[in-house]
Write a protein that binds this ligand. Sequence first.
Ligand code: C2O
Ligand code: CU
Length: 641
Amino acid sequence: MPTVVVAQPVAASRIRHAPVGLAAAALLTAGAGVIHLAVVPEHVDEYTLFGVFFLIVGLAQLGVALGVALAASQRRLAALAVLTAALVGLWAVSRTLGLPVGPEPWQPEPIGVSDTICEVLQITSLAVLGGLIRRGRRVRMPRPARTTLGVAAVALLVAMATFAGAGAGLSGMTGAFSSTPSSADPGGTPVTALVTPPSTVLGPAPVKTFTLTARSAVLGGQLAYTYNGTVPGPELRVTQGDRVRVTLLNELPVATTLHWHGVRVPNAEDGVAGLTQDAVPPGQSFSYEFVANDAGTFWYHSHQDTGNQIPAGLFGPLVVEPLGGRVGEDVEHTVLLHNGPPGAHAVAVNGTTGVLALPARPGQTVRLRVIDAVAPNMDGTAEAPVLLGVPYRVAALDGHNLTGPGLLGPQRLALGMGQRVELVFTMPASGAVRLIDSRIPGAPSVLQGFFAQPERADETVTLGDGTPPANVDVASLPVFDPLRYGAPSPDPNTRTPTAVTAPVVLGERPGFHDGAIQLMHTVNGAASPEVPPITVRQGQLVRLHLVNDTGEFHPMHLHGHIMSVLEVDGHPPLGSPVRLDTVLVWPRQTVDVAFLADNPGIWMLHCHVLVHASMGMSMTVNYAGITTPFTMGSRSGNVPE
Ligand code: C2O
Ligand code: CU
């Protein structure tokens, strides 16, 4: 009988591979596979074919990883290397040239957290595979203890990276989020119907027409987004009762909107992308129309991708003069505090990073309107301008007059982002008056403490000529307390009994949000868009119980309504009613406010520290029976924060 020699798979049987290397190749591949599976839902939502592709790739990687771990051969390793190299190559093409297929063919896709981690795993795996294949036969087996330790270390590292990548992938931006799911209110009134009634209904109000062209410009060597070429945008000045028409022309490379901060406009004119309209695409325009019913200091800004578009320059002042004109004031100035050039931590005023000199003559009465638009670092500390050199009155907060305001000496006027203060004073017989800016730091978390800027005072504004008042130690000055200022008077907001009390607990925790690992900023434990809305009915008095569970300041802004402060840490206002559209909730503070639900719609309630809002501190107040046809998320491109 001839001996039958069974052909052995020579390579497979004789070649020994370094065990730690093999484990690393298998684990890295499995990790990448898990991340690919984690991004399946997001991709199915966006483009089904990609979802199916990632499903197949993820499963294939898990299978090959298992195969390599159980029985490695040169051929299997080579196949894995080819598969991995192909995936890395495909990724590189999709991020640079773009792919010929997909929702946007030949458009490079953005690089995110999950795909970056996935590529790091795959490229590392390629390097390991190269080593394994080359060194095949010559490997010397390490001691088992070392092997175990090495495999454990690799497993731990890969597990951590996979957790981060898969978590980011699973938490990717929602495809299409509706603030009023159609199941909730079939047959409701759409927000698009909530427009300004025609003039005949309201009487023939004078019409003021403006055009704001959003366009890029290079200002001081920096690329900025501007309205009509300037940062801030032009001051829009109207009179109470005017019908205001503003056309937004979008010449930016990105979609944008206009929001009228603090103005009680009809819901359809509120300018919130994904809630009251679709963001206006490049090259298109949108017209807003509202009646300026409240006098005061307001401002306008983009409400699309605000975390980027406002600091880039898309904001400006809006002043509504009282009906019948100003009384007894000779000069008015509006100053916006905002971020200077990137990296400069000092505040800028009306586009000036140096000292802004404003004219005022001795004996003239001045109304100084101060708007805290964008704090330089956006880290959630409060700005605190201080007026030096003259006694003054705080005439209004957020545009709403205080009753019986008395004369004050130098005090720190704490302003959260979005808030406004109006100061009225008579210029001294000689010498200038100064407004300096300071900051009140919170007790930030460890992470933010690391980045927080120390408290300091900036030169900002001088009014009038002559010697300006000397510097003061800002930190020793008292902080203005609106609860103990002015004289009591009836507040229309608190005449009806409270119908709804809604807790609004402000918190923070690390987690996955919008496809990234963030210090999530939460409302009632959830991050936007998952925060359940507050539902109200027209005519109700709604009490918001705002609890700040963090060490940061949160200026909470409610669109379309006026909030009256009821209590701060249990203490009611002893003087004038305090009526605001943005209430600054200090670290660990509890503030109760009430608003009358008299403006139907779907309205944002969010922190005006833009990064806090984009990290989740945002929700809506929904009137029963109102629906929105618009959605937020990657499909519509509407990103209100
Ligand atoms: Cu100043 Cu939601 O905005
Ligand atoms: Cu905040």
